[in-house]
Write a protein that binds this ligand. Structure first.
Ligand code: HMG
Ligand code: MG
Length: 302
């Protein structure tokens, strides 16, 4: 078993996490969250998305949030862009990386971005081209790589097919996402294996939601394949508005604790991260969805 000695985490809490909140979250709170995440040592933060405000009202303040964050050198700020309209709006806010997002299941593609997989790739191609021409990095999120809320199990061939299309249009790295958190380690490994037909392991990120409590096990399964890029949400925020019942990503606190316990470096200060999670959870009026955060907070107060 060869494990990576270092892991790069992308905190997607400000985007994947907060997009699913029903209550309005002020832009100032989102900005403060991003600032706290970078202060905790996160080098990659998914800040917001340039999607239709009718579809996802919570992300309507995208430009305000991007303008408000205090950028630090060495930190990569990414945003979601589903089409050229979103890309053009995003471009003005100087993201370091844009994310096109497709799905391995047709039904989810329709529900989430209102088009088929093939149509989505046609839409993404000019976005990818424009981003690369502007010197902006490009990531491709692949939803429903193990299961779909509408179609059930998703076969690895579907993942390989989507990964191949992403590669063809110039996407530089991809996220293997378990959108609804139904995956278990061997299924996740098969989805990653399918992706590795088109992307090398350095360009594959794990993105696991924790709906069924499998996300840490799935992270370990991916680590065992040499994957060293992962996405997670501080305080386990989130879900996807078009994946009913799906809860947040695995919490960044839980992943960091596990990795540090295994001797794998992340560059993240767990105490400061727990503070960032307590901050946003307090703003949302709840406890962090993170066992590690709860344990550390209770130890502190004891
Ligand atoms: P559509 O209705 O087919 O778009 O939606 P359209 O091109 O026909 O335009 C319709 C209207 O939307 C027009 O406005 C456009 O201007 C506007 P109107 O004339 O009616 O006033 N519009 C936009 N406005 C702002 N920004 C834009 C934009 N594009 C069109 N970029 C669309 C297609 C893709 C826009 C829509 O389906 C959408 O916004 N979907 C986003 C859904 C979303 O954000 N989902 C969550 C993120 S994905 C996720 O969470 C999964 C992930 O975490 C990985 C995982 O876990 O699986 C990444
Ligand atoms: Mg997600």
């Amino acid at each position: 078993m060869s494990l990576p000695s270092r892991v790069q985490l992308i905190d997607v809490g400000p985007r994947d996490g907060l997009q699913n909140e029903k209550q309005p979250v002020p832009a100032a709170v989102k900005i403060e969250l991003v600032n706290r995440l970078q202060a905790a040592g996160l080098c990659e933060i998914e800040v917001t998305s340039f999607v239709s405000p009718k579809w996802v009202p919570q992300m309507a303040d995208n430009a305000e949030v991007m303008a408000g964050i205090q950028r630090q050198s060495g930190v990569r700020y990414s945003v979601l862009t589903p089409n050229l309209q979103g890309f053009e709006a995003a471009l003005k806010t100087r993201p370091d990386e844009i994310v096109v997002f497709g799905a391995a299941s047709e039904a989810f593609s329709q529900k989430n971005i209102n088009c088929s997989i093939a149509e989505s790739i046609e839409r993404f191609a000019p976005v990818v081209q424009a981003a690369l021409a502007a010197g902006i990095a490009v990531r491709g999120a692949m939803s429903c790589t193990v299961g779909c809320p509408y179609e059930g199990d998703v076969q690895p061939e579907r993942v390989a097919y989507l990964a191949g299309l992403m590669k063809q249009i110039g996407v530089q790295r991809v996220d293997v996402a378990d959108t609804i958190g139904v995956g278990t380690p061997l299924k996740v490994q098969k989805a990653i294996e399918a992706t590795l037909q088109h992307f090398d392991v350095d360009h594959v990120c794990g993105h696991f939601h924790d709906t069924y409590g499998q996300a840490l096990s799935n992270t370990l399964a991916a680590l065992q394949m040499g994957v060293w890029n992962f996405q997670s949400s501080v305080a386990g925020l989130g879900g996807c508005p078009y994946a009913k019942g799906a809860t947040g990503n695995v919490s960044t606190e839980d992943v960091v604790y596990m990795l540090h316990g295994m001797g794998i470096a992340t560059g993240i200060d767990l105490d400061k991260l727990v503070d960032a999670g307590a901050f946003i959870s307090g703003c949302l009026g709840r406890q962090p969805h993170s066992n590690v955060a709860k344990a550390i907070l209770s130890k502190r107060s004891g």
